[in-house]
Design a protein around this ligand. Structure first.
Ligand SMILES: O=P(O)(O)OC[C@H]1O[C@H](OP(=O)(O)OP(=O)(O)O)[C@H](O)[C@@H]1O
Ligand SMILES: O=c1cc[nH]c(=O)[nH]1
Length: 290
């Protein structure tokens, strides 16, 4: 169900129109645009200005991140360098995304200068954190997040987009009961946003009180859709791409994230095993066991 928000309420997420108006104002205020400085060429100009998307959305503007994003996007980046760039980008985004976690005071002793120890107050993350990578490409974001929050639990959800761009869940390893304060949902790309919207709904039904979406590139329309359906989630992203092609690909984007991460390509891809075949596989297994 869609929720409607008054444009007078500062806590409400902005509508797509409000975002466009904000962007227009900001663009008018800048005297020289990047496009004016470039020779005319068919190359896509990477976005340099990020509109404000409301208090729950953080779009990183860090120069190191934009440097690494270009490596991630580049066609000449190998799967190994792609994985490395994704790890580094995720660590950077994760550092920013985890800045809102709660801590509690703990007593610690610190070595002093002359064999004595000094009692001090330290701190420890008190939120129970879960990482939810969306398979496949969310897997590339798990390790750097575990470096940041090493006692987080990891729960996998597998989704693929059907030919009609509908999200299909093929794997879900959430435990029966939800014992989580904050869940970080990780997927490098948000295109139409149907995948991330579905996964956030799944996590809400499971009972997660606070959901934080982490993604490297979101399409502008996809981000607006996500905020329309789930205005309460926090979002940390590397950048926003203006365009989404008719077949649901980000432009310029980075190509197929899963394929680039794991060195597969479309020609190699077979349709995922149909449910009837999965049952057959299971029955063959039980016949063999029996
Ligand atoms: O916003 P959406 O339009 O729903 O698309 C985004 C989804 O597409 C990609 O996965 P893909 O379906 O290619 O699966 P893969 O990671 O297994 O390759 C990506 O990693 C997202 O999960
Ligand atoms: O551009 C896109 C869109 C969806 N999924 C991808 O991997 N790339």
């Amino acid at each position: 169900m869609l929720r409607h928000h008054s444009s007078l309420d500062p806590m409400s997420p902005p509508s797509a129109n409000m975002i466009m108006e904000e962007e227009k104002k900001a663009k008018d205020a800048t005297s020289t645009t990047t496009t004016e400085l470039l020779p005319s060429s068919p190359a896509k100009v990477l976005p340099t200005f990020i509109a404000p998307y409301g208090p729950n959305v953080h779009v990183s503007k860090h120069p190191v991140l934009s440097h690494k994003l270009s490596i991630l996007r580049s066609s000449s980046t190998s799967p190994s360098s792609f994985r490395q760039a994704l790890r580094e980008i995720t660590f950077h985004l994760g550092y920013e995304a985890t800045s809102t976690l709660s801590t509690k005071d703990i007593p610690i002793t610190v070595p002093g200068t002359s064999h004595n120890h000094i009692d001090a107050i330290g701190s420890r993350i008190s939120d129970k954190v879960a990482l939810i990578p969306i398979l496949r490409s969310g897997l590339g974001m798990v390790d750097p997040m575990l470096e940041l929050v090493n006692n987080a639990t990891v729960h996998h959800i597998g989704m693929y987009r059907s030919k009609s761009l509908m999200p299909v869940q093929y794997y879900n390893r959430l435990p029966k009961t939800c014992d989580v304060d904050v869940a970080y949902v990780m997927d490098p790309l948000i295109a139409t946003s149907a995948t991330i919207i579905s996964v956030v709904s799944i996590l809400k039904r499971w009972g997660v009180p606070q959901i934080h979406v982490m993604s490297v590139i979101a399409s502008k329309v996809g981000l607006s859709e996500l905020l329309k359906y789930h205005p309460d989630v926090r979002v940390t992203i590397g950048t926003v791409d203006e365009e989404l092609s008719e077949d649901g690909n980000l432009v310029p984007g980075l190509g197929d994230a899963g394929d680039r991460l794991f060195g597969t390509n479309e020609e190699d891809e077979e349709d995922l095993v149909h449910i009837s075949k999965r049952k057959r596989t299971m029955s063959v297994a039980s016949e063999t066991e029996g």
